[in-house]
Design a protein around this ligand. Sequence first.
Ligand code: GDP
Length: 444
Amino acid sequence: MAFEGLTERLKATFKKISGKGRINQSDLDNAMREIRTALLEADVSLKVTRQITRRVSDEALGAHVLDSITPDQQIIKIVDDELIKVMGDEASELNKSKHIPTIVLMVGLQGAGKTTAVGKLARRLVKENNARPLLIAADVYRPAAIDQLKTLGETLKVPVYDEGTDVDPVEIVKNGLDLARKNNNDYVFIDTAGRLTIDEQLMDELKKIKELSQPTEILLVVDAMTGQTAVDVANDFNDALGITGVVLTKLDGDTRGGAALSIRYDTGVPIKFVGTGEKLSDLDVFYPDRMASRILGMGDILSLVDKAQEQYNEQQAQELARKIQENNFDLDDFIEQMDQVQQMGPMDELVKMIPGLSDMPGAANIQFGDKDFAHMRAIVSSMTQEERMNADVLTPKRRRRIAAGSGRDVMEVNRLIKQYKQTSTLMNKMQKGNMGAMDQMFAG
Ligand code: GDP
């Protein structure tokens, strides 16, 4: 996952100054140097790195970090603020035009994830706004792109307009827009051709399509894995076309993530969405504050809450909150939560989003697949009501009985009980607020 290296280095830096009580100027200078190196190694541009470290130094002086008895937390807060500022403060959603359809022109180099992003955005609009988008296949140089878009359209039950590969893309866009107006589609996504590198012919074609379609949004799709190149590409496209937003893809990959920090600062164009996987649901709104806390290793609790909200209804959430508050989170609830969580996505990804959890001993144990889940359910089903409500009564003898009853072995039963206890401890921690987890993480 992106930022792992940066997060680790920043954490190590903060750890050095935590537990020290007051720090002196040389501690602060060292910390600044380490923050600078950590940013540069994560592929953050020199300009942005300088900006961040200069502002952090200035702020640290102003905030009297040297006089503070919690210098590490003050510095973390300052770095957090600066990261958020550099990434653009607020999240920005897709702009909507006053008259339908809202036209979104999707541009980018080949392989950046443009076509996939069209599918992801269309899915999101259909799911959240009941939108009726039309997708226009204007990438005539790569026949596979048209097929890919058509397949996406079938999956999403969204119409795709194409005229094959022998027609001028400008013409296709014109006819596609006529159709959208006729059919009252509220959104139109134009999937355009990419090249391996930027060339004039590509830009000329895009300019013509822009001229004709007068889009509300020109979204540039860039691959986070390409690092500084992503920033250069963003600058080039912006100079030529005037882009309105960026979709940063492949943030799930083995990327150092620096592009996320540099793009907004370098181009002034906001990152609107991030791609976090190949599936159509792997698209998140880009929240600078959440990204900053992720970079600082404080997890991404808000994104997790968002994901959870997609799965839970209000009543379930309130019920769960009440149980945690009253310390009544029992094994039945645990299985129910696991069931919900199963539907939210891969467990190891979720674990990374929870502040402090990835650092907790045993966090690695909270990973399992579908089959494990069926086994867990079988184990809990073999417990008595009393046992489910109070895990403390689960003596070795009872555990052996449960193992026999569920056809699993005792070790598995033990593991489940341990996972349940860890989860319930964690829930209590979260209930008490983030600070607890943070303190624990930076404790010297
Ligand atoms: P295009 O040439 O820009 O239209 O790119 P595609 O949409 O065809 O994507 C190129 C490849 O990147 C495909 O294999 C996609 O599945 C993959 N891809 C796109 N977005 C993401 C992402 O956010 N994460 C990961 N891991 N892969 C992605």
